[in-house]
Design a protein around this ligand. Structure first.
Ligand SMILES: NC(=O)c1ccc[n+]([C@@H]2O[C@H](COP(=O)([O-])OP(=O)(O)OC[C@H]3O[C@@H](n4cnc5c(N)ncnc54)[C@H](O)[C@@H]3O)[C@@H](O)[C@H]2O)c1
Length: 260
């Protein structure tokens, strides 16, 4: 990176926490942040894949560490964030990326399907914001929080995702309120909304149900699924000085999906 780009987009000297970092978009962002100069704490429930992800990043010569953490458990979040601060000294960037889907037609959705998705995608993201936000405020760190939403926060889908869509709408509303609450501390809070993005989860679904590929591609004017790298660029932008005057926003990275 030349000095001009380093000033705009570089993350040297910064510490980033990425949740759901063992796979897909989270792993891509953790790798992208490391390549942009940040030290990275990778959080996930999947200990085995997490270890592989960290080894992959370290193999490129970057500083990264794994933290097994279930973000839906407040106590887990508290002790994990304390451990991250002990390891890296501080946290400048939080990416709330961990999320799951449990599809069902709404009329037969179980209590468990509804509550589990809410507890990880929305409550877990809040627990992380609360813990890392209070660290940033106490240490006067003018940090960044980036929450992973989805196009389902903006447009309806008919694929049995009422629980998932509700969490993503909640993420966007929470992002705006936190941006206003924390503006006085210089903490910027934004969200990213990907459309269908090619991750192991989506690949597996398209293999099981080949018709879903056409459904996904037909939804997107650019005529292809999103790639993890499409989201990484947005996440670097929102963590870097290039976005120093951006807060409370939802950045749609959707190939035109919601422009219709
Ligand atoms: N892939 C897409 O098409 C797409 C589209 C829009 C939004 N998103 C959002 O992007 C994010 C990442 O999606 P992905 O496709 O990379 O998914 P993924 O399944 O590949 O990765 C999600 C990761 O989160 C982890 N995780 C699950 N529950 C957790 C918990 N309680 N605590 C900590 N970690 C947990 C999983 O172990 C996994 O490694 C999610 O928030 C998802 O809703 C994805």
């Amino acid at each position: 990176m030349n000095a001009y780009l380093e000033n705009l987009f570089g993350l040297s000297g910064l510490v980033a926490v990425v949740t759901g970092a063992a796979s897909g978009i989270g792993l891509g962002i953790a790798e992208g942040y490391a390549r942009a100069g940040a030290q990275v704490a990778l959080l996930d429930v999947n200990a085995e894949r997490l270890e592989e992800a960290v080894l992959q990043i370290r193999a490129e010569g970057y500083d990264a560490a794994p933290f097994v953490c279930d973000i839906s458990k407040a106590e887990d979040v508290r002790s994990t964030i304390a451990a991250v601060i002990e390891r890296f000294g501080k946290i400048d960037i939080l990416v709330n990326n961990a999320g799951i889907g449990m599809r069902s037609p709404a009329e037969s959705m179980t209590d468990e399907q509804w509550l589990t998705v809410l507890s990880i995608n929305l409550t877990g993201a809040f627990f992380m914001c609360r813990e890392v936000g209070s660290h940033m405020i106490a240490r006067q760190i003018q940090g960044r929080v980036i929450n992973m939403a989805s196009i389902t926060a903006v447009v309806g889908v008919e694929t049995g995702n009422a629980n998932y869509a509700a969490t993503k709408g909640g993420i966007v509303a929470m992002t705006r309120s936190l941006a206003l609450e924390w503006a006085k501390h210089g903490i910027l809070v934004n969200a990213i909304a990907p459309s269908h993005t090619r991750t192991p989860l989506i690949e597996a679904l398209m293999e099981r149900q080949p018709e879903t590929r056409r459904y996904f591609e037909n939804n997107i004017p650019l005529g292809r699924l999103g790639e993890v790298q499409d989201i990484v660029g947005a996440a670097i932008f929102l963590a870097s000085s290039a976005s120093a005057f951006v807060t409370g926003q939802l950045l749609l990275v959707d190939g035109g999906h919601t422009a219709r």
